[in-house]
Design a protein around this ligand. Structure first.
Ligand code: ADP
Ligand code: ZN
Length: 287
């Protein structure tokens, strides 16, 4: 089956055509400008292919409640041009094929669950640490969704006693995202994460926050695999520190599989989301 996939982030939108096995035939990167500029480019790309369905993963917050009047809309995003924008309708009406809609991190979770690091287990948690912090969970093949999609990046973590950075979340200030996302690292230390590789204390503090959150996600959701992705997770020394600190949090009371095999980086690398979108589209057609 020829399927379409859209991974819509705050800076760029990746569109791909492929199949449910995760094979990608063609793809394009489009900058996230205004819907008026960006949506026609997306439509134009897909019109060059004979696709049967599209899986969409969007930056949020979004409305995923099927019986809601604003189902498929982007909601109160700081990106004003996209606020209250009917993303799903715009794609579906133009392409006239079934379209499935969820968050960008949820499609990455589906990708890793089906064809990546979690393909041999029945549940997983995919966390992204980039411009924001977000996570998606899959439990026995189903996305964890309820009154909304999860907002795991905005939980409260215990502040490090030596950290006086006020936090960069526009809503909560010092939630996990406000203390640990890429922009928080940049503002706290005065340089981009990628330029701070040799500063041990940066990644110790980063792991201090991420490990607290991950230990809590693990105890609540009991996933069989935890995948840590996003730009910040490209920092090579981070995952080892996170594993160590998660292990310290859980002590010997809460036993996980061997930590190096339990908390891992995405097997599909940067393609997790786009592959997940193809699988999500396929699920939609089969329903
Ligand atoms: P987005 O969240 O917009 O989809 P990314 O996941 O690529 O994009 O995250 C971008 C953030 O990750 C930026 O804040 C950037 O500074 C940070 N980042 C990217 N690469 C690295 C790296 N190697 N080490 C640390 N931080 C990084
Ligand atoms: Zn927040």
């Amino acid at each position: 089956m020829v399927l379409g996939s859209i991974e819509a982030g705050g800076t760029k939108i990746v569109c791909a055509v492929g199949n449910e096995q995760g094979e990608i035939y063609d793809s394009i990167n489009i900058p996230t400008e205004t819907p008026e500029i960006t949506i026609p480019k997306i439509i134009d790309f897909f019109q060059q292919h004979d696709i049967q369905a599209v899986g969409i993963g969007s930056f949020g917050p979004i409305d995923i409640k099927k019986n809601s009047k604003t189902f498929g809309y982007i909601l109160q995003t700081p990106k004003l041009a996209w606020r209250n924008y009917p993303f799903l309708d715009a794609i579906r009406d133009a392409l006239n094929v079934p379209c499935a809609f969820t968050t960008d991190v949820n499609i990455a979770a589906i990708g890793e669950y089906t064809h990546g690091a979690a393909k041999d287990v029945n549940s997983c948690l995919y966390i992204t640490v980039g411009t924001g912090v977000g996570a998606g969970a899959i439990i026995h093949g189903k996305l964890l969704e309820g009154i909304s999609h999860p907002e795991m990046g905005h939980i409260t973590v215990k502040r490090h006693p030596k950290d006086s950075f006020e936090g960069s979340c526009p809503i909560h200030q010092d939630c996990l995202e406000g203390l640990a996302a890429g922009p928080a690292i940049e503002t706290r230390w005065g340089k981009k994460g990628i330029e701070l590789s040799d500063r041990e204390e940066v990644w110790e503090l980063e792991a201090y926050y991420l490990a607290q959150a991950i230990a809590q996600y693990i105890m609540i959701l009991v996933p069989e695999k935890v995948i840590l992705g996003g730009g910040v997770a490209n920092q090579a020394s981070l995952i080892g520190k996170v594993r160590e600190k998660v292990h310290d949090h859980l002590k010997d009371y809460f036993v996980t599989p061997e930590i190096n095999e339990y908390i891992v980086t995405p097997e599909l690398k940067n393609n997790a989301g786009i592959v997940g979108g193809l699988v999500f589209a396929d699920r939609m057609v089969r329903k």
